[in-house]
Design a protein around this ligand. Structure first.
Ligand code: DP6
Length: 361
């Protein structure tokens, strides 16, 4: 179904015979969380995130024009050099959702070769970087067919397509901070795609650091998709959506003013509320592990002891993202090495920071 005719490709110079594009797109970490959606992939509340820098997916897309248009979608998929049949259904339904907007899809045989810079099955969500990288590659083909597409439409449509693959993926294409979801106080915001935070960001957030503690690298017991669904009929859903909306207003002011104490409070409250929603749904579930709680308590103690602006956030898993200003980098890394590494599986953590989004390689 075509709900957004403005994003349907208007055919230009014909279809290229074949080609190859390589793109990279990062993961992102939400500050105000997206949890709860309505069909198709539309968020119940606006969310806002830091785009990451080094945690990313690299995707090579090869395309060869077919002699006859295929019935279904014709693609092969390789992850880290090996065929990956279990990823295919997700890509197939992604193609189904977007083919009305990219009518060339059934005219090609694709080979998708993808890999991540972060360790395999680290518990870091790869759908945001993976889907945004694939959407960005596909849009390079669109640009060949329709070279007149403006940069503005290009990036909006890429985010729009990525959203149809995975909601949070639409926030990965640009940086350093993006907003997804229609919100009265964020000019230009939309449920259909993410936009760059439309204000000057305070220098306190320059090179803001995100160190990801790999507390538990196991498979999640409950997928994000199931978790989102459990917000339907959730007793606290409406209050939660209202709260998220209020937090967007507060965070907007904080990102402009640079008030880091207020930043810490909003971000940690959002993380805990996300997990509280999981704990109070039916069925209920807990994704935090004992070590997640140990880290949180250590962070609170550290902040109290030395007046640091270090704070944590969580996504739908047990790993902890530690967010802090660049100015505190050395002290916080000492703290992590001395006191937090014991809570990480195999002592592993990943140092990342705020980044700028997808790129062609
Ligand atoms: C907790 O984007 O993974 O990370 O739209 O079903 O693919 P789907 O879900 P997904 O959900 C992300 C949830 C979250 C919060 C966030 O990133 O805002």
């Amino acid at each position: 179904m075509i709900n957004y005719p403005e994003f349907v490709l208007s055919l230009g110079s014909g279809f290229p015979e074949n080609g190859i594009v390589t793109c990279t797109s990062p993961s992102n970490i939400a500050l105000v969380k997206y949890w709860g959606k309505r069909p198709v992939q539309l968020p119940e509340n606006a969310s806002i995130s830091f785009t990451l820098d080094s945690c990313k997916t690299i995707t090579i897309l090869k395309y060869q024009k077919l002699d006859t248009v295929s019935e279904g979608f014709n693609f092969e998929l390789f992850f880290e050099g090996k065929p990956k049949p279990d990823f295919k259904p997700k890509i197939n339904s992604f193609f189904e959702r977007i083919s009305g907007y990219l009518p060339f899809l059934k005219h090609y045989k694709f080979t998708i070769e993808t890999s991540n810079t972060f360790p395999h099955s680290s518990g870091i969500a790869s759908s945001a970087s993976g889907m945004s990288a694939l959407a960005f590659c596909l849009m390079q083909i669109e640009r060949e067919i329709n070279p007149g597409i403006t940069d503005e439409t290009f990036i909006k449509k890429t985010s729009f397509l990525a959203r149809l693959g995975s909601g949070s993926a639409c926030r990965s294409l640009e940086g350093p901070i993006t907003v997804w979801g229609d919100h009265q106080h964020i000019e230009g915001s939309s449920d259909a795609y993410a936009i760059q935070f439309p204000h000057k960001i305070h220098s306190n957030f320059n090179n803001y650091q995100d160190t990801i503690l790999l507390v538990d690298k196991g498979e999640k017991q409950v997928s994000s998709t199931v978790g989102h669904d459990l917000m339907h009929g959730h007793p606290f859903a409406n209050k939660r959506f209202e709260q998220a909306s209020d937090n967007i207003i507060k965070l907007k002011e904080v990102l402009i003013s640079g008030n880091l104490d207020a930043f810490v409070e909003i971000v940690e409250s959002e993380a805990l509320t996300l997990h509280a929603m999981m704990m109070t749904s039916l069925p209920y579930f807990i994704l935090m592990k004992p070590n997640t709680l140990s880290v949180i308590n250590k962070v609170w103690q550290y902040r109290k002891d030395i007046g640091s602006k270090l704070c944590f956030t969580l996504d739908a898993g047990a790993n902890v993202h530690l967010l802090y200003p660049e100015a505190e980098k050395n002290e916080v890394l000492d703290f992590i090495n001395n006191e937090l590494v014991v809570y990480c599986q195999n002592g592993q953590y990943i140092c990342d920071k705020i980044g700028l989004g997808a790129k062609i390689l």
